[in-house]
Ligand binder design. Structure first.
Ligand code: S3P
Length: 167
C-alpha cells in the first residue's frame, strides 16, 4: 500500500513533510485543506464562518472518499481534525497507512502563533489552550495511527525518512 495519510495536530508539520516527500521523492501530494479551499473558492476560516464547522467536516469526509479511490502512490496531508471522525479513520485505514506526526504544545505554538487561518485557534492563541485541545485529541490520533513520529527538533528529511518506513 503506497498511500500515506499524515495526521496530527495543527502545526505538527503535516504539510511541510508531505511537501518535502513530494518534492524529494516524487510522490503525488494532496493537501486536504488546500484542496478544499481551491474547490470551494473560500478560505477555511470563511467556510467555518459562513457554513459552520459541520459543513467543513462533511467536505473533509467527502474529499477523503475521493482520495481513497484515487491514485495510490500519494502522501495526504490531512487537516488536524480529520482523524476525529471515526468514519474518516475507517476510510484511511482501508485505503492506506496512517502516520501520526507528534509535536509538543510549545512546538505547535511556535509554529502557529503568527498565523490567522485556523478558526479553532483564533482568540485562543496560547500554549495552555493548545495543550488542552491536544490532550483531548491524543487518544484519537494514537488509536488511528499505524505509526507515530516525533517531530520536535527534527528536520523534514528526518521526519520524511521515518514516515516512508511505512511503505
Ligand atoms: C483543524 C485543522 C486545520 C483545518 C481546520 C481545522 C482542526 O488544518 O483543517 O482549521 O480541527 O485541527 P491544519 O492541521 O492543517 O492546520
Amino acid at each position: 500500500m503506497k498511500r500515506i495519510y499524515l495526521i496530527g495536530f495543527m502545526g505538527c508539520g503535516k504539510s511541510t513533510v508531505s511537501d518535502y516527500i513530494s518534492r524529494k521523492y516524487g510522490w503525488k501530494q494532496i493537501e486536504m485543506d488546500a484542496q478544499i479551499v481551491s474547490e470551494q473558492k473560500k478560505e477555511i476560516a470563511q467556510i467555518f464562518a459562513e457554513e459552520g464547522e459541520t459543513y467543513f467536516r462533511n467536505l473533509e469526509t467527502e474529499l477523503l472518499k475521493r482520495i481513497a479511490s484515487g491514485e495510490e502512490e500519494c502522501v495526504v496531508s490531512c487537516g488536524g481534525g480529520t482523524a476525529m471522525r471515526s468514519c474518516n479513520v475507517e476510510i484511511m485505514k482501508r485505503s492506506g497507512r496512517i502516520v501520526w506526526l507528534k509535536a509538543k504544545p510549545e512546538t505547535v505554538y511556535q509554529r502557529v502563533k503568527d498565523t490567522h487561518d485556523r478558526p479553532l485557534l483564533e482568540g485562543h492563541m496560547n500554549v495552555e489552550y493548545i495543550e488542552q485541545l491536544l490532550e483531548k485529541r491524543i487518544p484519537v490520533y494514537e488509536s488511528a495511527a499505524d505509526l507515530s513520529v516525533d517531530t520536535d527538533g527534527k528536520s523534514p528529511e528526518e521526519i520524511a525518512q521515518a514516515v516512508l518506513c511505512m511503505r
